[in-house]
Design a protein around this ligand. Structure first.
Ligand code: 3PG
Length: 306
C-alpha cells in the first residue's frame, strides 16, 4: 500500500524517519508532501495513494474525489474538523485521529501562555502569580485534564465543565465540577478552552460569556479560533479594560485587536501547541501504526466517522 504523509507544517525529521520505518517495515511504501504551497498540490499528490497521514491539512471533498484508491486517513492529532467526514464516509474512507498523543504538548503551552500573560508578556511591568487563582477548564478531556492537573501543582484552584463526564469523574481528575458555561466563566480568573470546533460550538464564546469573567481575568484558547465570536471578543475587550485574551490560533481580527488592546492580547503566528519533538513522535508514530494495523487486521478502533 502507498501511504502519503501530507503535512503543510511538517513533523520533525526524527518523527518522519520513525513514521517511514514503521510503514516500510510493514511492507508498505511511504511518500512525503511537506510544506506544500497550495491545496492543489495536496490534491495532485493523492491520486494513487491508499492512506494519508495529516495534521491540520484539509481533507476536503475535492481531495477525497481525487484519491480514487484511498482507504484511510489518519489525523495525527486530536481535532478532525479539517476533514470532511461526510465526504469521507461517502467515499468509503475510514477517518481516525490519535487521541491523547499530543495532549501534553498542548497542555504545557496553555500553562506557558498563562504565565506569559500573567507576567505582561515578559515586559518589566509588574505582573501577577497563578498561585491561588481559579482556573476554569472548558472540556475536561485529554488536554483539559492535563491543564487542570498541572495548574493544580502551581497552586491554582480548578473548576471544570464537561457534559460527557460525571461529577465523580471530574473530581477524580482533580477539579471541582461546574454545570454551566455561565457558572464556569463567571468564576474563573483564567479560563482555558478545550472544546472542539463543531457546528454547536463555533462562535459559541462571545461577549456574553467573556464579560462574565471576574476582574482581571484571562481567556486562553489553545483549541480552535472558530469557537470564538471575534466581534464579541472585541466588544468585551473594549468594554472591560481589565480582561486579556491569549490564543494559539490567531484570530482573523488579530491586527485590530493587537493595535487596540496591545499587551492585553497575544496570538502565536502559527498554531504551535502540538509542535514539540515528543508530540510529533507520539502522534506521527501512532498514526503510522494505526494505518499498518488497519491494513493488517482491519482494526478501526480510533475511527471517527463510524
Ligand atoms: C490537534 O487537534 O491535535 C492540535 O490542534 C494539533 O494540530 P497540528 O497537528 O496542526 O499542530
Amino acid at each position: 500500500m502507498k501511504v502519503l504523509v501530507a503535512t503543510q507544517k511538517p513533523f520533525s525529521a526524527a518523527a518522519v524517519k520513525g513514521i517511514k520505518d514503521i510503514i516500510e517495515q510493514n511492507g508498505h511504501e511511504c511518500v512525503l508532501l511537506e510544506k506544500y504551497a497550495e491545496q492543489a498540490d495536496f490534491v495532485a499528490a493523492v491520486a494513487d495513494v491508499n492512506a494519508i497521514i495529516i495534521r491540520s491539512d484539509k481533507v476536503t471533498a475535492e481531495v477525497l474525489e481525487a484519491a480514487k484508491n484511498l482507504k484511510i486517513v489518519v489525523r495525527a492529532g486530536a481535532g478532525f474538523d479539517n476533514v470532511d467526514l461526510e465526504a469521507a464516509t461517502a467515499h468509503n474512507v475510514v477517518v481516525m485521529n490519535t487521541p491523547g498523543q499530543n495532549s501534553n504538548a498542548v497542555a504545557e503551552l496553555a500553562l506557558g501562555l498563562m504565565v506569559f500573560m500573567a507576567r505582561t508578556q515578559f515586559t518589566p511591568a509588574t505582573g501577577s502569580e497563578l498561585q491561588g487563582k481559579r482556573l476554569g477548564v472548558q472540556a475536561y478531556g485529554n488536554v483539559g485534564r492535563l491543564v487542570g492537573q498541572k495548574a493544580k501543582a502551581l497552586g491554582m484552584e480548578i473548576s471544570a465543565l464537561d457534559p460527557f463526564l460525571t461529577d465523580e469523574q471530574i473530581v477524580a481528575g482533580g477539579a471541582d465540577p461546574v454545570h454551566s458555561v455561565e457558572e464556569l466563566y463567571g468564576a474563573s480568573d483564567y479560563l482555558s478552552i478545550h472544546i472542539p470546533a463543531l457546528p454547536a460550538t463555533i462562535k459559541s464564546i462571545g461577549y456574553d460569556l467573556i464579560t462574565r469573567m471576574p476582574k482581571g481575568a484571562t481567556l486562553i484558547n489553545t483549541a480552535r479560533k472558530e469557537v470564538i465570536d471575534e466581534e464579541g471578543l472585541y466588544k468585551a475587550l473594549e468594554e472591560r479594560q481589565d480582561l486579556k485574551y491569549v490564543s494559539d490560533v490567531m484570530p482573523d481580527n488579530y491586527d485590530v485587536l493587537r493595535e487596540k488592546f496591545g499587551l492585553r492580547v497575544f496570538a502565536t503566528p502559527k498554531k504551535m501547541g502540538a509542535q514539540t519533538a515528543e508530540a510529533n513522535m507520539n502522534a506521527g508514530l501512532a498514526a503510522a501504526r494505526q494505518i499498518c494495523d488497519f491494513f493488517a487486521t482491519g482494526n478501526t478502533r480510533f475511527q471517527v466517522n463510524k
